[in-house]
Ligand binder design. Structure first.
Ligand SMILES: [Fe+2]
Length: 175
């Protein structure tokens, strides 16, 4: 939480920081997860269960989360817009689970802003914090800072709270 209760504006012009390649934060990715737009999450989930041997760890009307058995989720299937065809079905976001503490994650946030990368949102998933941003083509990525590192506990919370995703304001660290 931001102790000063400031509201972050993702469209705010980033404050340039001096280029210092030695100190620039670099993401140390630990694990990844994939989130896909599909036309019918339940039908697709059946395929992922049948073909890839995955198990459903959480589901809602618009999405199904699946695991290869260890993690709370490896793949999330999100309902695409009605009538979506090529281009509207596919990657929703690619999650990069980064090493380090919350401070390091906040430095990555500052790094994105400093580099003028569009930040979409910051989200509390109860099992971690998500920082969503886009590449030059609008493809969405997520730096995921895991707060629940026990995989069994992560699965339990994800299912219990229905894959929670709540907006959260966390101050980026710059420099
Ligand atoms: Fe994600």
């Amino acid at each position: 939480m931001d102790p000063d209760e400031r509201v972050l504006d993702p469209n705010e012009e980033p404050t340039p920081i001096p280029a210092d390649p030695q100190n620039a934060p670099k993401p140390r990715v630990r694990r990844t997860h994939l989130s896909l737009f599909v036309r019918d999450p339940e039908a697709s989930a059946q395929w992922y269960e049948d073909v890839l041997g995955m198990e459903v760890t959480a589901r809602g009307p618009q999405w199904v989360f699946l695991s290869f058995g260890k993690k709370h989720h490896d793949i999330a299937l999100i309902r695409a817009e009605e009538g979506a065809g090529t281009g509207g079905v596919g990657l929703q976001h690619y999650g990069l689970e980064v090493e380090g503490d919350l401070e390091e994650w906040r430095r990555l946030y500052g790094m994105l802003l400093a580099k003028g990368v569009p930040v979409v949102k910051t989200t509390d998933h109860k099992i971690g914090f998500g920082l969503y941003f886009t590449d030059p083509d609008g493809n969405r990525f997520e730096f995921f800072h895991e707060t629940v590192t026990d995989d069994e506990e992560g699965k339990r919370i994800l299912g219990l709270y229905g894959a929670p995703s709540e907006p959260v304001e966390i101050e980026p660290l710059r420099g």
